[in-house]
Design a protein around this ligand. Structure first.
Ligand code: PLP
Length: 322
């Protein structure tokens, strides 16, 4: 079942499942940016989504797709970031027990947020244990359903609903820029773009230090890299997924990269000019547009701002840096 490559039909189904559950997030514009780029830019603000990132969409849709029996047994996810909180919150809404596997040195704030949504946290030692093995152990021992962060048809379909809403609201676009980690958000967005705005060039944008997606896309097969270092902590995946890669390969225009410095400049712009908090990973698409990594002059451009969860101390540091 989880080997099935999802289609736009699945995105529409996810969209129905999320009615009255997920926020239909606002689309913001900036005269400053439009004037600077001589373009029309539409920001889809998933930093205003429940739990602060688009991941709630996929997490909830994955829970919605489980059988009664699977829900009774509970779910497990491995993540120290937004996916953990998404699964924890969605599970609580369904009355399902959630276990989140996190490194024992995960930031206290992230652990607390996950516990706050009622999940059980199982710690592992990053240096001596493999998180996937820890999670698989729980799957085998307690019959839990594993909810992966991106490589699952219901997760991909759920993530695709953000771009669907954007096209419904602003109509056809010439280009759409999407943050890229494992590719759940990008592949879901591609399904929506292909169905709703077939002339739209869709770009995935990843941190320059972890360009596995670009290498994979351009080379034609999945490239796995060593754990990358970037402030974009939601996009530090080492490889695209078995389900996300074929969709990306088929429909994406290209995969672009941006530097941490460009992410910081984008974060500052959002804070100062648009009064919104966007986390480093959430700025990937925007940074590619602001720096005109591909030309956008005269175009109608969509940008997915994927999340707003950033440690306040780290955020203050980014804003103060030169
Ligand atoms: C997870 C995440 C991403 C990357 O999403 P993928 O589906 O793994 O490509 C981008 N931005 C934020 C804020 C995230 O939490």
């Amino acid at each position: 079942m989880s080997d099935r490559i999802p289609t736009y039909e699945d995105v529409m189904q996810a969209s129905n499942a999320l009615i009255g559950v997920a926020h239909r997030t606002p689309v913001l514009t900036s005269h400053t940016i439009n004037a600077r780029l001589d373009a029309q830019v539409f920001f889809k603000c998933e930093n205003f989504q429940r739990m602060g990132a688009f991941k709630f969409r996929g997490g909830y849709n994955a829970l919605a797709g489980l059988t009664e029996e699977q829900r009774k047994a509970g779910v497990v996810a491995f993540s120290s970031g937004n996916h953990a909180q998404a699964v924890a919150l969605a599970a609580r809404m369904f009355g399902v027990a959630a276990t989140i596997v996190m490194p024992h040195d995960a930031p206290a704030a992230k652990k607390e947020a996950t516990l706050g949504y009622g999940a059980r946290v199982v710690s592992y030692d990053r240096l001596t244990e493999d998180r996937e093995e820890v999670a698989r152990g729980l799957v085998e021992k307690h019959g839990l359903s594993l909810i992966p962060p991106f490589d699952h048809p219901d997760v991909i379909a759920g993530q695709g609903t953000a771009a669907k809403e954007l096209f419904e609201e602003v109509g056809e676009l010439d280009a759409l820029f999407v943050p890229l980690g494992g590719g759940g958000l990008l592949s879901g967005s591609l399904l929506s773009a292909h169905a709703l705005s077939c002339v739209c060039d869709v770009y995935g944008v990843e941190p320059r230090a972890g360009s596995d997606g670009q290498q994979s896309f351009r080379g034609g097969s999945v490239v796995r890299i060593a754990p990358p270092k970037s402030i974009a902590d939601g996009a530090l995946t080492q490889a695209l997924g078995r389900l996300t890669f074929p969709i990306i390969r088929k429909y994406a225009r290209d995969i672009l990269t941006v530097s941490d410095e460009q992410l910081i400049q984008a974060m500052k712009f959002f804070a100062e000019r648009m009064k919104i908090v966007v986390e480093p990973t959430g700025c990937l698409g925007a940074a590619a547009v602001f720096n005109e990594v591909v030309p956008v002059k005269g175009k109608r451009v969509g940008v997915l701002l994927s999340g707003g969860n950033v440690d306040l101390k780290a955020y203050a540091g980014y804003l103060q840096s030169a």
